[in-house]
Design a protein around this ligand. Structure first.
Ligand code: FAD
Ligand code: NAP
Length: 345
């Protein structure tokens, strides 16, 4: 058995899509399951902190990492079970999420097409129950396997155990920093089950006959919409939507709507009733779209996307974020919550 190289003092700038220039004391690139096992033994032996990274598209790295950064790059896709109508697809955590979506689309399997072009790895997808265009991972998820960091034990998490919620899961809550996800099993359908009610998608597909719909057509529509709206992190460093859409009570929504009658909000299927406010709208109305403060800016076309064109530090980004949050609080009496995970020393 070969062991992976433990590199020292490695820059993580190329490993996070905000291109923040931090260093990590140790770095292991895990290409196999055994590499992950080795890395976790290393962490236990050194008693050092661990940062698990996939594509680095949902993190804000503020300080240098004092311990080990484990870059999960494991590969492998296999059919675990297949019937006339369904497929269970086992995918290694290091596989690219979008490539996996396109693989499913090529096989004419349905379930993940609305989630095309989301950056990052398969292993990170359950962490925030990735979602877009009216679909969340939970809808096409069977189970995952993960290694418990403290013991090295492999554990299986079904959908209930993952406690999926809106951009949330047990891995952001009680099980935070306790597991490395090693593979995810997707539950796909061979029969059409389209989700095309999301307004932007519906509009894009309006000219397409129902008989012409396929997972490939839907994935392409999603790709086209995303390319027209979202900056590519390769060109302009960003982490996608930087703030979560606030979920507020009916009373709070009523108060804000009285002051801002045109606010964009969506009634949630909850008891008591709650409303999801479009954070992009709040930021746009408050004048943040395209606003640049000391080199950090909200994108000119997408008020929700914080960009770091000059590849400044995490502290610079957070100084900007503090200004945005204070302004939004002052204007709407709302606390904006940052979506990417912030890593401080
Ligand atoms: P990373 O940033 O590497 O990690 C994110 C978190 O997951 C970290 O806390 C990390 O420690 C943990 N983690 C990563 N891999 C593992 C693992 N194997 N085991 C345990 N923990 C792990 N998100 C959406 O939900 N919907 C979108 O539509 C969407 N669009 C985006 C568009 C752009 C342009 C960008 C830049 C981001 C977007 N995102 C979106 C956010 C992001 O792509 C997703 O959250 C994605 O799942 C992150 O994957 P990653 O591999 O880059 O995770
Ligand atoms: P959009 O279409 O301009 O819509 C703005 C917001 O309104 C979205 O955040 C969306 O919530 C909400 N929304 C729109 N129609 C809705 C409906 N019918 N029911 C409930 N909520 C609705 O959004 P966008 O910024 O271009 O993004 C498009 C999709 O890609 C969204 O689903 C978004 O979440 C996803 N995306 C996510 C990220 C990320 O980093 N997390 C980055 C880019 C895009 P939801 O966000 O809950 O869908």
């Amino acid at each position: 058995m070969t062991t992976p190289i433990v590199q020292e003092q490695v820059s993580l700038q190329a490993y996070n899509t905000l291109a923040v220039p931090v260093k990590t004391r140790w770095f292991i690139e895990a290409n196999t399951h055994q590499d992950i096992v080795f890395a976790l033994a290393f962490v236990r032996e050194q008693q050092c902190p661990l940062l698990v990274l996939g594509g680095g598209s949902n993190v804000v790295l503020v300080d240098d990492i004092a311990g080990l950064t484990l870059h999960v790059n494991t590969r492998g896709v296999s059919i675990e079970n297949e019937t006339d109508t369904t497929v269970l697809l086992s995918v290694a955590a290091g596989e690219n999420w979008h490539d996996t979506v396109m693989y499913c689309v090529e096989q004419s399997w349905c379930g993940v097409e609305n989630l095309a072009l989301i950056p990052g790895s398969v292993g990170a997808a359950p962490i925030q129950n990735i979602g877009a265009y009216g679909v969340e991972l939970t809808q096409c998820f069977s189970y995952l396997e993960a290694i418990e960091i403290s013991t090295g034990k492999v554990q299986r998490f079904g959908r209930d155990a993952c406690q999926f919620a809106y951009r949330d899961s047990v891995f952001k809550q009680q099980a935070k920093d306790q597991y490395v996800i090693t593979r995810v099993v997707l539950a796909l359908s061979k029969q059409p089950q389209w989700h095309i009610h999301y307004p932007a998608l519906q509009e894009r597909l309006a000219a397409i006959e129902a008989s012409e719909l396929s997972s490939a057509v839907i994935a392409q529509a999603v790709i086209d919409i995303r390319r027209s709206k979202l900056p590519d992190p390769v060109d302009i460093p960003n982490a996608g939507s930087f703030f979560k859409n606030p979920i507020v009570s009916a009373e709070c929504y009523r108060d804000i709507k009285r002051q801002y009658p045109h606010i964009i909000a969506y009634a949630q299927d909850t008891q008591p009733p709650t409303y999801k406010l479009a954070a992009g709208w709040l930021l746009d109305q408050a004048g943040w779209k395209g606003t640049d403060v000391k080199g950090v800016a909200m994108h000119k076309d997408q008020a929700l996307v914080l960009t770091n064109p000059h590849r400044l530090s995490g502290a610079d980004l957070l100084a900007f974020v503090a200004q945005v949050k204070a302004d939004i609080h002052q204007k709407y009496t709302l606390e904006l919550e940052v979506e990417p995970r912030i890593y401080r020393a």
